[in-house]
Design a protein around this ligand. Structure first.
Ligand SMILES: Nc1ncnc2c1ncn2[C@@H]1O[C@H](COP(=O)(O)OP(=O)(O)OP(=O)(O)O)[C@@H](O)[C@H]1O
Ligand SMILES: [Mg+2]
Length: 302
């Protein structure tokens, strides 16, 4: 038996049933994707069991402004994202400085429009999908704009709103597997005039549980509308354990950021991400990141 086969065998033997106790839950089991990677199983092998993976067109994403243009900007962003995602992953597996309830749910939001939420959500999800120990579910929670849904070519497909409205539908039905390893997507679906009420419903909590809240190895990343622009974004954020608050450098006033932070709960892990900070005129891309801090540091709380 080769080393890889032995490792696969070992991982298979470690696959648990439902966790017996909170202590058992704190030691996450290896994900199926780890086993598949080690055993050399590919998406092609799975094609007979489920629909073919959705093709993620990176060129279309770049055209839609959701990926950085050029290799240099790409490399720089990749490094910045590594720093951003570390505390988020630590919190998700209970290794952060404090216990964060529902830490597997991460929303990317901002105070006002145009600060870089969708760009950050997309790139964060792609970066997290490269992790060996996690899979990532990217949910388009910006119902009015649905930037991510459209950029991925998933407009018109059933999505989040459909499973909220129709209790007979299983949330798993609207999860789209993609050809980016470990990246799953949930599109917006059919828009509904009572989005805020649906987001605030018990059904929403159930849907979120089903989409990934019970799996320590799955991170669910939501794009959203700005906190100060729509009531539904605040309701959506209230379901999340972790909040990445994007702040456009030199554009968003302190007052707006403070008001947006006040709409969040003390229980949540809130990181502030300074985006679009200025670079010398010769460089034509944004610097995405200067720091993602626990809210207590930046907000000056004890
Ligand atoms: N770090 C970045 N590097 C390069 N371009 C960026 C960066 N952040 C944002 N952008 C660009 O800024 C524009 C606005 O970004 P994005 O659409 O992500 O903002 P948003 O907060 O989601 O906006 P909305 O509130 O309208 O949904 C886009 O064209 C995007 O490509
Ligand atoms: Mg957006």
């Amino acid at each position: 038996m080769s080393i890889v086969e032995k490792a696969v065998e070992k991982l298979r033997n470690l696959q648990p049933g439902p966790p017996a106790s909170p202590a058992a839950e704190a030691v996450p089991a290896p994900s199926a994707s780890t086993i598949e990677r080690l055993s050399g199983r590919t998406h092609t092998d799975q094609a007979t069991e489920s629909p073919p993976p959705w093709h993620v067109d990176l060129v279309a994403l770049e055209r839609a402004g959701l990926l950085p243009a050029g290799d240099e900007a790409n490399d720089r962003l990749a490094n910045e994202l590594r720093r951003i995602k570390l505390p988020l992953m630590d919190n998700a597996i209970g290794k952060g400085a404090k216990v964060v309830p529902r830490a597997g749910r991460i929303v990317v939001t901002s105070a006002v429009p145009g600060e870089g939420k969708s760009f950050t959500a997309m790139n964060l999800a792609l970066s997290l999908a490269r992790e060996v120990d996690f899979d990532v579910l990217l949910v388009d929670g910006d119902i009015p704009k649905s930037h991510i849904t459209r950029a991925l070519g998933l407009d018109g497909k059933p999505g989040l709103m459909d499973v909220l409205v129709d209790e007979r539908r299983q949330p798993a039905e609207v999860i789209v597997g993609t050809d980016v390893p470990n990246l799953l997507v949930v599109p917006v679906g059919r828009r509904h005039p009572l989005t805020t009420e649906l987001f605030g419903s018990l059904r929403m909590e159930h849907v979120l549980e089903e989409l990934g809240g019970r799996h320590l190895r799955r991170l669910v990343v939501f794009d959203s509308s700005p906190l100060l622009a729509t009531p539904e974004s605040q309701v959506l954020a209230s379901h999340m354990g972790q909040v990445v608050m994007v702040v456009a450098a030199g554009r968003t006033g302190q007052h707006a950021v403070d008001s947006a932070l006040q709409s969040l709960s003390e229980e949540q892990y809130v990181g502030l991400l300074l985006n679009m900070s200025c670079l010398p005129a010769s460089e034509n891309y944004y610097n995405t990141y200067y720091g993602l801090y626990p809210r207590v540091h930046l907000a000056g709380e004890a």
